[in-house]
Design a protein around this ligand. Structure first.
Ligand code: ADP
Ligand code: MG
Length: 256
């Protein structure tokens, strides 16, 4: 069965902060489309608009113009309550600072989203065990609190929690921003593996070109606009050989 509906589709996303001569054009006419099983990386320097774009895609913020569809339903046309509800069921968020509840164990943190949708206790316990295993956490870590875990282990808990309710989309703004390069690569490998095995879609941001090399699609942001759109193989070739830019689809600057 081939599903041809994009998990997420966005057209003409434009978001400006302030007005007049102090206006900041954080997103300019950005288009994004992502299918199940795809990993999209939004790459760009600090201030290029990554957070603004991800917030608009995840329904945390509304663009000034442009439209966003999640699994075929238009987020940008919904009432706020419906948007909040859809966000809870259809999107798993992974946070740069992990966002774990300090007084809960790793397993209890993963359980939180399941409690929110009133999953039965037995099913909850089975799902938590499955998620922790999927995230590569060994049994003895499961009863430890976040403070007793390394940054990488905490982010593994964060990834497991994000997947708890089987969302179709994972969204992560610099999920490896607080990790050293080794653990950061391991977390990227984990997300990459889960995206391909679980058939979810993931959009994440990073300013690290090494991490972007794992993506199926890399969107390069510059001053709020996509200046380059690269498919995974091209991006890996580019990463392996900086001069090998042949075949890269350059997208013209939008909205300027
Ligand atoms: P990135 O995540 O790539 O660092 P951001 O989306 O945070 O980029 O920011 C893009 C631009 O928008 C920057 O110039 C930033 O200063 C500006 N910006 C972000 N949030 C706000 C805000 N709430 N009010 C005003 N300007 C903002
Ligand atoms: Mg940011």
């Amino acid at each position: 069965m081939t599903d041809t509906t994009p998990v997420l589709k966005a057209k003409g996303i434009t978001r400006t902060y302030g007005s007049g001569c102090s206006a900041v054009h954080a997103c300019r006419n950005v288009d994004v489309e992502i299918m199940p099983g795809q990993l999209v990386v939004v790459r760009g320097p600090s201030g290029s608009g990554k957070t603004t774009l991800l917030n608009c895609l995840g329904g945390l913020d509304l663009p000034d113009s442009g439209r966003v569809w999640l699994n075929g339903r238009e987020l940008t046309a919904m009432r706020e309550n419906d948007r909040i509800q859809l966000r809870q069921t259809d999107i798993g968020f992974i946070f740069q600072s992990f966002g774990l509840i300090p007084v809960l164990s790793a397993a209890e943190n993963v359980e939180v989203p399941l409690r929110l949708v009133r999953t039965e206790p037995r099913e909850r316990a089975e799902r938590v065990a499955e998620l922790l295993k999927m995230a590569g956490l060994a049994g003895h870590h499961n009863n430890q609190r976040p403070v007793e875990l390394s940054g990488e282990q905490q982010q593994r808990v964060g990834v497991a929690r994000a997947l708890a309710n089987r969302p179709k989309l994972l969204l992560a703004d610099e999920p490896t921003g607080q990790l050293d390069s080794g653990p950061a690569a391991d977390i990227m490998d984990l997300i990459n593996e889960l995206v391909h095995n679980q058939d979810v879609a993931a959009i994440l941001s990073t300013h690290d070109p090494l991490l972007a090399a794992r993506a199926d699609i890399v969107l390069e942001l510059h001053e709020g606009a996509i200046v380059e759109r690269t498919t995974g193989r091209q991006s890996r070739a580019e990463h392996g050989d900086a001069d090998n830019m042949i075949g890269t689809a350059n997208v013209p600057y939008n909205g300027r």
